[in-house]
Write a protein that binds this ligand. Structure first.
Ligand code: SF4
Length: 450
């Protein structure tokens, strides 16, 4: 049961020592009640109070880990309904289903596809998280064999089988990878809970047709058996019913702090779709609201790219823009007479500009000014990308010693600072480049022609 700010305050030392970063214990208590701080920020809480406060400060959606050695995935631990309220902490894991009755070649090919896929976007490596191996053959040996094949890869694993005997064989084959056991339903929950307990694995609890009351009862029964690392499947597969169920689950956990539904949710977009496009859109809906694990059936790199990009955009902290280090970057081995461009250190801006310069095939210097991670226009509006900050960047990075000319190209969006910049950078010529980075290659071509 969640405690109020005042109830939490009564359990704190009440010394107002400020070590937690708040001026008073009451201010800290109010933040703790709103789950906006961690209890560990106060070093003076007694063990007795800690025991009582731990439940109050526990996140409303439990943190669940899949995998141990090689690759570990964490999902859950979310505290808000909407990202702009604070942030989302753990991006949903993207899995691909492999069936154990696939041919050897097909299984190995699909496994490699998932394990090997990765892309770099704004300086971050994006990749799928794992495979969900389904016991479609009904054979215990075949299932265990396929799981053994996946164990050596850097992937988290979900085991799908209704049969406790096959599941145990899969768990043994998965060794210490802590795979997710999918799933405990009304008919087999006792055996599946016993297996999850025995092997220290998280357990998915499957409901029927979005009946959340029955799902909560089942999850509650299982947690009372000592299996607390749960994942929920509300049993919905279509567009509207999935969206409704996942939203109700999230609201029950976050707004009502209803513990029996306070677990990450798993979805299977392929089961509610008739085509790759529909599956991808349904997966996008799951990523938006509010899945913790998404199991896909179709592996198509272009579709996966779009889902990884969506996930990255939603699960970056809106309060901490992704940044690159300010400095002078060399692109395509520039010479002293190569052009010098300047931009901000917002990661997306940097990679867009750097990518276009590189794509132009023309060597250049790219000066990245410290704009506190803001894009060009935002930084300009905030006074973080102006004549003064660009001049500071030019001087602090030793640009004048590295290039023989005195010309600097500024983004077209901040053409208005060119006069001020020429005053600050005495003796320099300020050129106004294109507004969008996509215009850089043709701009550099024209520049080279003189
Ligand atoms: Fe109170 Fe603890 Fe914060 Fe000190 S660190 S002000 S005792 S809550």
């Amino acid at each position: 049961m969640a405690l109020s700010g005042l109830a939490i305050y009564k359990l704190l030392p009440q010394t107002n020592c400020k070590e937690c970063g708040f001026p008073t214990c009451l201010a800290f208590a109010m933040k703790l009640a709103a789950r906006q701080v961690e209890l560990s920020a106060c070093p003076h809480v007694s063990e007795e109070a800690k025991a009582q406060l731990d439940s109050a400060s526990a996140p409303p959606i439990r943190l669940i880990s899949l995998g141990k050695d090689g690759y570990k995935l964490e999902v859950g631990n979310e505290t808000v309904l909407f990202r702009h309220e604070k942030t989302f902490y753990h991006q949903p894991g993207l899995f691909f289903r492999l069936r154990d009755d696939m041919s050897d070649e097909e299984f190995a090919r699909r496994l490699d596809q998932v394990a090997d896929y990765q892309i770099e976007r704004v300086g971050m490596i994006l990749r799928p998280d794992g495979v969900a191996i389904e016991n479609s053959s009904g054979s215990t040996e075949a299932f265990a064999g396929r799981v053994s094949q996946a164990v050596g890869k850097e992937l988290a694993i979900i085991l799908i089988s209704p049969d406790p005997e096959a599941m145990e064989a899969g768990l043994k084959a998965a060794q210490d990878k802590a795979p997710l056991v999918y799933a405990a339903g009304a008919e087999n929950w006792e055996q599946m809970a016993a297996l999850a307990h025995k092997y220290g694995a998280p357990l998915a609890v499957r409901g029927e047709n979005g009946d959340l009351e029955a799902l909560a009862n089942l999850a509650d029964q299982i947690s009372k058996q000592g299996v607390e690392d749960l994942v929920l499947d509300p049993g919905t597969r279509g567009w509207a019913d999935s969206l409704a169920a996942l939203t109700r689950l999230r609201r029950a956990a976050i707004k009502k702090n209803f513990r029996p539904l306070g677990y990450p949710v798993i979805t299977f977009p392929g089961e509610g779709s008739g085509s790759l496009e529909q599956e991808t859109m349904l997966a996008a809906q799951s990523i938006d609201k509010y899945a913790g694990l998404v199991v896909l059936d179709s592996f198509e790199p272009a579709a996966l790219y779009s889902l990884l990009t969506l996930r990255q955009n939603i699960y970056t902290d809106p309060q901490k823009p992704i940044q690159v280090s300010p400095g002078l970057y060399e692109i395509s081995d520039p010479k002293t007479d190569s052009p010098l461009l300047v931009t901000t250190n917002f990661s997306l801006t940097y990679f867009s500009v750097a990518g276009e310069v590189e794509g132009s095939g023309r060597p250049a210097w790219l000066l990245v000014a410290d704009s506190e991670g803001m894009s060009v226009l935002t930084a300009w509006a905030a006074g973080k990308f102006d004549a003064e900050s660009i001049t500071k960047a030019v001087k602090s990075t030793g640009v004048p010693d590295k290039i023989s000319h005195r010309r600097i190209i500024i983004p077209g969006f901040v053409a208005s600072i060119s006069g001020d910049l020429e005053e600050e950078l005495s003796g320099w010529e300020v050129l106004v480049g294109p507004r969008e980075s996509i215009g850089i290659p043709s701009y550099l071509r024209q520049l080279a022609k003189g």
